[in-house]
Design a protein around this ligand. Structure first.
Ligand code: D5M
Ligand code: FE
Ligand code: ZN
Length: 586
């Protein structure tokens, strides 16, 4: 929205942006506003927007496109269910068939109710309009003051690395910020490695060959400088007792009768068996191996040249000397995931507090919101999931999600990738949402890219990946190396393997493409995942790994398997220092 306005040569008050974004057809509302303001206007104010919307109302009244009507209806319905107790005048005002013009009305009703002391605080998010002014009104109305809910707005956890024990809860000031003061022109956000629109795979055998060749190409390049490797077919014809090295994908890992490990490696020419003796100091690295990851080994061939005795093992890894990039100014990004709108367990009130906090002075440097998948609960994702659905229609779920997104200040840049609950193909890499879903979510102008995507925000490379493979890493590795309580350690493993989902054929479904989008060709500065619904962060060779928790309280399934989710946290990342603060909204 802000970009659209600047592209047309306008500056805008934050409230004006929020007002436009909160209408059901922001694109049209924006056009109406731009048409309405005087030619010499440079800065669009909230009053301009209200005038324009009111003026356009008479013009469009009675000739609403049916789509817009449905959208309002669904949004309102969702809102009603979530805030069943909210029955204020503005909400009932929002009848089916109203367009953005009606938003001005609802907004006006809202302004009137500022002095209405009976107004329930749950009316925070009017179905059509959630404005800065409304938030201001809340502050001035004593019965709705934040003191009623002490500490809930942005409790602060200081971020050490990897240690969530040092929780430091600090009450947050809650003053309103008029707008993000920084010049939007300072912002930059670029996306690489996004499969959206590039998918060519047909699932044929040849595609699988291609994608594994590409994986091998890219990852072996990382290892080539470290060993003097030979292809498998060359090693096969070497004489016994010679030194050898090979780079390959792990094809098989077996323990031998005497407790040693036989690791079979495969490259483009064949396979070769490599034996890791149980008493070698690196033998426990075998525990970390996942099938199809790429490693290098060095060793000596047996007398009959049929096997290699491994002396050292290498992973593509992040160089220990890696120095992360940082932004040139003090600016922050909120990293969240797993919103799960449409689930009965979606915590709408915590989300509301988070969105409210984003409007405060304290959050004035938060200029980006990055969401790592599972926007909605989806339909038919797991057996018996329907029993816990609040919204059963997938499109209505996205409409409701879109409504919640409108609570986020209009001048925050949003980027999101899909997860396994979202309505895109399950196999990874997952393309970004299709046109229909994008249409539903246009209100906030969010960038939508694939899972995974490498997002460079003001110079900081943030690898966003939903995280389905984390389940597998946690299942396969010993608890000390990866667990649900320390999801960032599972992320360290992926960084070490330089691949977001190494193991093929398990829980993680892979779609073969021309190239392997799941390889980390570049070292990210920040690795951001979700999926396991646990909060955890820490640094691996100076790369910050963050798993961002969720906005869904424990489901029946999670209860049955003892998953205790971390709900309602928002990790806030300083892009200039890569320090992180976690805020709690529950
Ligand atoms: O998954 C959230 C976490 O819970 C993730 O670690 C998978 C696990 N999970 C949740 N439901 C199931 C079922 N039914 N089977 C297996 N694993 C499950 P999310 O996909 O984000 O809901
Ligand atoms: Fe999830
Ligand atoms: Zn998930």
């Amino acid at each position: 929205m802000v970009h659209e306005l600047t592209a047309r040569g306008y500056n805008a008050e934050q409230e004006a942006v929020t007002l436009i974004a909160s209408t059901d057809a922001p694109g049209r509302a924006l056009e109406a506003v731009v048409e309405h303001v005087d030619d010499d206007t440079l800065r669009i104010t909230a009053a301009d927007v209200r005038d324009a919307l009111a003026a356009s109302r008479s013009a469009v009244d009675g000739q609403n496109p049916p789509g817009a009507g449905e959208l309002v209806d669904a949004g309102e319905e969702a809102e009603r269910r979530e805030r069943a107790e909210a029955t204020d005048a503005a909400a009932t005002d929002a009848e089916v068939g109203e367009t953005e013009a009606a938003a001005a009305d609802a907004e006006a009703a809202d302004a009137e109710s500022a002095t209405d002391t009976d107004r329930p605080s749950s009316a925070r998010g009017d179905p059509l309009v959630s404005t800065g002014e409304e938030q201001l009104n809340r502050q001035t109305a004593p019965e709705e003051s934040v003191q009623e809910v002490p500490g809930e707005n942005g409790d602060r956890i200081t971020a050490g690395t990897g240690d969530t024990s040092g929780i430091d809860a600090v009450g947050a000031a809650n003053s309103r910020s008029a707008s993000r003061s920084a010049d939007p022109a300072l912002r930059s956000l670029e996306v690489e490695g996004d499969v959206t629109g590039q998918s060519t795979g047909t699932g044929e055998y040849g595609d699988f060959v291609k994608v594994f060749r590409d994986r091998y190409e890219k990852l072996s390049k990382q290892l080539r400088g470290r060993v003097n490797h030979r292809p498998a077919n060359a090693i096969q014809s070497m004489s016994g007792g010679t030194d050898a090295a090979m780079i390959g994908l792990v094809n098989d890992v077996r323990s031998t009768k005497s407790g040693h490990w036989l690791v079979e490696l495969e490259d483009t020419t064949g396979t070769f068996p490599c034996l890791v003796m149980k008493d070698r100091e690196f033998a426990d690295l075998v525990d970390e191996l996942l099938l199809d990851e790429c490693i290098a080994v060095e060793g000596t061939l047996s007398d009959d040249a049929g096997i290699m005795f491994v002396d050292s093992m290498y992973f593509p890894d992040v160089p220990r000397t890696y120095t992360p990039n940082t932004a040139d100014r003090h600016v922050q990004a909120a990293l969240i995931s797993d919103v799960h709108v449409g689930s009965q367990e979606f915590v709408a009130d915590a989300w509301g507090r988070f969105a409210d906090w984003l409007h405060t002075d304290e959050a004035e440097h938060v200029e980006y919101l990055l969401i790592a998948g599972d926007m909605v609960e989806g339909v038919g994702v797991y057996p018996n999931q329907d029993e816990e659905l609040d919204i059963i229609d997938i499109y209505e779920q996205y409409e409701a999600f879109s409504e919640h997104l409108k609570d986020v200040p209009g001048d925050i840049e949003i980027l999101m990738i899909p997860g396994n609950h979202d309505a895109v193909r399950l196999a990874e890499p997952q393309p970004g949402f299709n046109e229909t879903l994008r249409e539903i979510m246009t209100a906030h102008d969010a960038r939508i890219t694939g899972n995974p995507s490498l997002v460079t925000v003001e110079g900081v490379k943030i690898l966003m990946y939903h995280g389905v493979s984390l389940d597998e890493v946690i299942a396969e590795l010993p608890a000390g190396k990866a667990s649900y309580d320390e999801p960032h350690k599972a992320m360290y493993q992926l960084l070490k393997k330089r691949h977001v989902a190494p193991q093929f054929g398990g829980k993680t479904r892979l779609a073969p493409e021309e190239k392997d989008y799941l390889v980390m060709e570049q070292v990210p500065d920040v690795f951001h995942t979700g999926h396991v619904h646990k909060l955890g962060w820490g640094k691996y060779h100076d790369v910050l790994a963050v798993n961002s928790g969720c906005w869904q309280s424990q489901t029946d399934f999670q209860k049955s398997v003892n998953i205790d989710p971390d709900v309602g946290y928002a990790p806030i990342l300083d892009l200039d220092t890569l320090d992180m603060t976690v805020r709690k909204f529950i």
